[in-house]
Design a protein around this ligand. Structure first.
Ligand SMILES: Nc1ncnc2c1ncn2[C@@H]1O[C@H](COP(=O)(O)OP(=O)(O)O)[C@@H](O)[C@H]1O
Ligand SMILES: [Mg+2]
Length: 254
């Protein structure tokens, strides 16, 4: 099963959600492949424990545009059973190069990930903060979409455009794309707005919002500097426990 984690808004918790749910599912005993599709490469640095991809490392851009096999591009991470196709800044150029490719340019990542199914029960793609051709490639490659939504004013802003994009992708390129769920992130129980936003999003998207709500937690902001998902960095903090629970929802939604 291939999951895209997308929302064109930046800073809503896409990367945090991707690496933590992927790490939890790996800890549950499954082989998981994490595909970093954002030129900022936060998912890459978030699972390598302070290492970086070497100068010869093949990246998501190479896999998508140059047909480099997954077996050559993947690397191990600090999480057992979790492998990574890394991103580097060259993905920014890939977005431009994709525009210049003709027919079939939306399906390149899908083709590149075809061979992953034999080895990885779960594949997670961390998308960039835009609805560009890289995100479209992720939506075309995916069976499921997870949308992190930050608990703040204007949370709904942009979601209708994302849903339109999902509809277009379904109509033209990938009829089997299903929304796994919207995951509310950075919830602060001390503020009234956090609860209001959750209710508002649940009203707008009935049945689509995960029961689990991820709280705002300082341990999440610390873990990237150690190159570890928070579920490893501090497995018992509130956010880590929420991601454990969210990963079980993801697995049970199928
Ligand atoms: N539950 C949380 N509690 C506190 N900080 C968080 C939480 N989730 C994400 N963050 C922080 O918010 C910022 C944006 O998160 P990130 O996952 O990088 O979002 P995106 O990938 O959508 O841009 C990061 O600095 C991250 O550490
Ligand atoms: Mg990100």
């Amino acid at each position: 099963m291939i999951y895209a984690v997308a929302n064109q808004k930046g800073g809503v918790g896409k990367t945090t959600t991707t690496i933590n749910i992927a790490a939890c599912i790996a800890a549950a005993g499954h082989r998981v492949l994490l595909v970093d599709a954002d030129a900022q490469a936060n998912a890459t640095s978030g699972v390598l424990g302070g290492e970086r991809p070497g100068p010869d490392a093949a990246t998501t851009a190479d896999v998508m545009l140059d047909g480099v096999p997954l077996s050559r591009a993947r690397m191990g991470t600090v999480v057992p059973r979790l492998d990574l196709i890394p991103a580097t800044a060259d993905l920014a150029g890939a977005a431009v190069e994709l525009v210049e490719r003709g027919d079939g340019r939306e399906g390149l990542l899908r083709s590149a990930l075809q061979s992953a199914a034999a080895e990885y029960r779960y594949v997670f793609i961390d998308c960039p903060p835009s609805l560009d051709l890289i995100t479209v490639n992720a939506l075309v490659a995916a069976d499921r979409l997870i949308v992190p939504v930050q608990c703040e004013y204007y949370a709904l802003e942009g979601l209708s455009r994302l849903m339109e994009t999902v509809s277009e992708v379904r109509a033209r390129l990938n009829p089997s794309l299903v929304i796994s769920g919207l995951l509310m992130t950075m919830h602060d129980p001390r503020t009234r707005i956090s609860g209001e936003v959750v209710n508002e999003v649940r009203t707008h998207f009935p049945g689509l919002v995960f029961d689990t709500i991820v709280p705002r937690n300082v341990r999440v902001t610390e873990s990237p500097s150690f190159g570890e998902p928070v579920v490893r960095y501090d497995p018992h903090c509130a956010a880590a426990e929420a991601y454990q629970q969210a990963s079980r929802e993801v697995m049970s939604r199928g």
